[in-house]
Ligand binder design. Structure first.
Ligand code: PAF
Length: 293
């Protein structure tokens, strides 16, 4: 596994692979890797000849300076994890020629943004609702960095976790708008044994908050058993009230949307793909999760 810091070097390595008609898979991350990321790497390794993982804390997608400053940066530990993911996959997929993460792309901010990125994306509803409304500029920053990364890596396949359900919709819209020839693969949420969705932010939870946080996933799961008996609004009220009944938790929003358009639904019959998307403050830590009904 090679760790590459410059765009030029990465492009040179990948040009060779492309010449040999190798399929390039790509997992963009902001580091602080956990098993959720590793499952993306495993999907990537299994379905491509070359696996590239980027580790870059992208400043343009943070609308909160404190959040950017305190975002965990653990490149060394990330690289150890990535090589062990490789050998783990190798053990189980011995027939695969490419047996793990081949390149970790870890550029500096100056390398990615030698000049400020002033591009503004208009990606419609998918980028405006929920996270888009609560974190102005966030998805514009995600579109900036992911489009740049796609131009650099030119992957055949890219892998994203469904925990960030809205982010996947935004990236699909961006790729469509810019005609970037990459297939976006959505991979299932990876959860702790008690249901908490894996997130780099979980490390910021105090022991008490960590103990309480599974209430989010538990409540979402429970709420699926009320469908279609209860109305959409009744299910929303149940989820919000149950989670808010814990003094450590505060729901920022809970919306049930059409999983393709991300428009809120009023009735279950409005879509055949209803998804509930939630953001909860557990103390100061902002956790997100979602569930399919
Ligand atoms: O999901 C993330 O970690 C980031 O938003 C991404 C896609 C790596 C872009 O910085």
């Amino acid at each position: 596994m090679k760790i590459v810091n410059s765009i030029k070097d990465l492009k040179a390595y990948l040009a060779e692979a492309k010449q040999d008609n190798k399929k390039i898979g790509f997992v963009p991350t902001m580091g602080a890797l956990h098993n959720g990321h590793l499952s993306l790497v495993q999907h990537c390794v299994k379905n491509n000849d070359v696996c590239v993982v980027s580790v870059f804390v992208n400043p343009t997608q943070f609308n909160d300076k404190h959040d950017l400053e305190t975002y965990p940066r653990t490149l060394e530990a990330d690289c150890v994890l990535l090589s062990s993911a490789a050998s783990d996959v190798y053990k189980r997929q011995v027939l695969l020629e490419s047996a793990g993460c081949d390149y970790v792309f870890a550029p500096s901010v100056e390398e990615m943004y030698p000049e400020p990125d002033t591009r503004t994306f208009d990606l419609g509803t998918v980028s405006e609702v929920m996270e888009g409304a609560k974190r102005p500029g966030h998805f514009n920053g995600v579109a900036q960095v992911v489009s740049k990364l796609f131009y650099i890596v030119e992957p055949d396949n890219a892998y994203f976790g469904e925990k960030d359900f809205q982010q996947i919709a935004v990236i699909r819209a961006m790729v469509k708008q810019l005609n970037i020839p990459v297939t976006i693969n959505a991979c299932p949420i990876v959860r702790e044994g008690d249901g908490l969705a894996l997130s780099s932010r979980n490390t910021r939870l105090t022991p008490e908050q960590r103990q309480k946080a599974p209430l989010i996933a538990r409540t979402l799961k429970e709420s699926t058993t009320f469908v279609p008996g209860k109305s959409v609004q009744e299910v929303i009220d149940y989820v919000v009230n149950t989670i808010n009944s814990d003094p450590v938790m505060e729901v920022e929003y809970y919306e049930i949307v059409d999983g393709n358009t991300l428009e809120s639904i009023k009735n279950w019959s409005d879509t055949d793909y209803p998804v509930g998307c939630i953001t909860v403050y557990c103390g100061e830590v902002r956790l997100i999760d979602n569930i399919k009904y």
